[in-house]
Design a protein. Structure first.
Length: 177
């Protein structure tokens, strides 16, 4: 087959074809990019507005939470302060009665628990549970408590004195404390 165009013109035409093809591809890519940006712009606007509203709502909520936390902390501190002023151990009678019990306790007597029951109209009571090394130390502990004026009644059941050694006991004290 005969070619009428010289080789140099063929190369020039092929180069021009490639350039036009490249320009068309770039124009389509640019148009595609511009159309996609134009289509995404409303979504961007709505999301930025929503973000702005959420940020403002978040700041309002944080301010409310801080205010409530401060109020809660101040209320808690005032409650603790009022409780502390009411329960000054040196001023209460229950503190004095427990310290009297502990001072009257001989060395062979071990106290396991002390239960305090406040009597509204009646007298208050303290129940002591523990263990005594022998019967005589338990009787001595009971007699020491009977000598104290703050206890109107000291009740040591006879059944607690059944054993000679290693005596488990329940002792009930009744009084105005």
């Amino acid at each position: 087959m005969f070619t009428l165009l010289p080789e140099q013109h063929k190369k020039k035409l092929f180069k021009s074809y490639r350039m036009r093809l490249f320009i068309v591809i770039i124009i389509f890519a640019a148009a595609f990019f511009l159309v996609s940006v134009a289509l995404l712009f409303p979504s961007y606007i709505s999301l930025s507005l929503e973000k702005r509203s959420l940020v403002s709502e978040n700041s309002v909520l944080e301010k409310e939470i801080r205010a409530k936390e401060k109020k809660g902390v101040f209320e808690t501190l005032s409650l603790i302060k009022s409780d502390l002023t009411l329960s000054n151990p040196s001023d209460t009678l229950i503190y004095e009665s427990i310290s009297t019990i502990l001072q009257a306790k001989p060395s062979k007597v071990t106290i396991k628990s002390i239960k305090y029951t406040h009597g509204e109209n009646a007298k208050s009571s303290i129940t002591i549970q523990g263990n005594a090394g022998d019967r005589f130390s338990l009787i001595g502990f009971s007699n020491n408590l009977k000598k104290e004026l703050m206890f109107t009644t000291v009740d040591l059941p006879i059944s607690n004195l059944a054993k000679q050694t290693d005596v488990d006991f329940n002792l009930t004290l009744i009084g105005d404390f």
